[in-house]
Design a protein around this ligand. Structure first.
Ligand SMILES: [Zn+2]
Length: 430
């Protein structure tokens, strides 16, 4: 245990810690992509340009920036009633974008956001192994400021236009437009119940019966063309919600929301994750195994098992679980990186070579600092030049230019001029 924690901490501590954090998590990202993609195509955002970012912040909020970057707050995911209501929030935000309402987001802010997006680091699972979620995830400087600026700048007219465009987008995407009604009713309840806690200006938009009536009229005008979200989407949504709560809330709050009497998959999931976080790894493992027995084809339950076994020091079982997870999903760079990390910890025959291969594949899909860090570890002393290059890339991604240059120089001294890593190191020295 101490060894693993020390290892994770050394990665975490070198990340700057300020502002809100961004979360990387394959399961959450895939679900959000599935839910948002139909809206994005109805809004003519090209499929491959849609970028979804999960902001670790309790606000009931989401926003769209620069046309293709969608920021979703964990506070929204944890509280919103159902997938259609979630889609309505995103549709409304896209409505602002289509209406040109987001233009006031300053260039400096959006440049800062792009830069900090690159600092995204660890998966939600691995980050918790370090014990401190706020250190673990990538850091987005001034996220709160950006969001507040974009949400407060809208006028009443703009809100109405965004609602209308949002309802229209939902309709064109053949999604359940009633999601709008659900979300307005919920926001209404929340301002009532949380009056003292939530500043109404910080809940995305001023809620009026006027807006609710307006969307009702719109929905009637368009006629019913859509059905409510398919049940598999709803259960995937409930699992993601449980996961976020398990990772981000205190264990007593987790038990309030998911008491032991609740035997649903999402409740077991939330409790298992929460148990893992408080260090009760054997209870966490038994819950996770129950989930796997019930759902042998869910890659994310295996991912969680891999994380737990890793923390228990059972590297063989961890490798098996992560391999199984990868077998059941495709295009999961974060899970590839996690498996590579475990392989470097196990350090058996061929493990480092396999880890290198996994990191390279992961980096092709999604460059991430942790992946470079694991890659450097996998090269190790046997290939010190490439190891130094990977460290240079790691420092470059987390914005430590001096260290990046230092390692790039070391790398060049050890590598041949014809090596591609020599050339890449040269790029970092410019
Ligand atoms: Zn709005």
């Amino acid at each position: 245990m101490p060894r693993i924690l020390a290892l994770i901490f050394s990665v975490l501590l070198s990340l700057p810690s300020f502002g809100a954090t961004l979360i990387n998590d394959t399961e959450t990202e895939k679900l959000l992509y599935e839910l948002i993609e139909p809206l994005a195509s109805a809004a003519d955002i090209p499929k491959n340009r849609l970028q979804i970012h999960i902001v670790n912040d309790d606000d009931f909020n989401a926003f769209v920036s620069g046309g293709e970057d969608v920021y979703v707050y964990t506070g929204l995911l944890r509280q919103i009633k159902n997938p259609s209501a979630f889609q309505a929030v995103i549709a409304h935000e896209m409505g602002h974008m289509l209406g040109g309402h987001t233009a006031q987001l300053s260039d400096r802010m959006s440049a800062e956001m792009k830069r900090t997006m690159l600092i995204q680091a660890l998966g939600i699972g691995l980050m918790v192994a370090g014990g401190n979620p706020t250190l673990g995830a990538g850091v987005m400087a001034g996220a709160g400021g950006v969001a507040q600026q974009s949400m407060l700048a809208f006028t009443r007219d703009e809100e109405r236009i965004a609602d209308n465009m949002g309802v229209d987008l939902m309709h064109r995407a053949k999604l359940d437009t009633n999601g709008f009604i659900t979300v307005f009713e919920q926001m209404h309840e929340m301002t009532g119940a949380f009056e003292t806690k939530i500043n109404p200006n910080r809940i995305n938009h001023p809620l009026t019966t006027e807006r609710l009536n307006n969307v009702r009229t719109q929905i009637e005008r368009l006629g019913k063309k859509s059905d409510s979200a398919p049940s598999n989407e709803t259960s995937a949504f409930e699992l993601v919600r449980a996961k976020l709560i398990g990772y981000l809330d205190t264990s007593s709050h987790v038990l309030n929301l998911y008491p032991y009497s609740d035997k649903s998959d999402s409740a077991i999931y939330a409790r298992a994750i929460s148990n893992m976080r408080i260090g009760d790894l054997t209870t966490a493992r038994s819950g996770t195994k129950t989930l796997i027995n019930r759902n042998p084809n869910n890659p994310y339950f295996y991912e969680l098992l891999g994380d737990i076994e890793y923390q228990l020091g059972n590297y063989d079982d961890s490798v098996y679980a992560y391999e199984k997870s990868l077998e059941l999903t495709n295009d999961a760079p974060q899970i590839e990186t996690a498996l590579a990390l475990v392989l470097t910890a196990r350090n058996g025959v061929g493990d480092n070579a396999h880890a290198i291969e996994l990191c390279k594949r992961s980096l092709l899909h999604e460059p991430a600092p942790l992946t470079y860090w694991v890659l450097a570890r996998a090269y190790g002393d046997t290939d010190a030049g490439r190891s130094d290059w990977a460290m240079a890339e790691y420092y470059n991604m987390i914005g430590k230019d001096k260290d990046a240059k230092k390692y790039a120089k070391h790398a060049q001294r050890k590598l041949k001029k014809s090596d591609s890593e020599y050339i890449k190191s040269g790029e970092l020295l410019k």
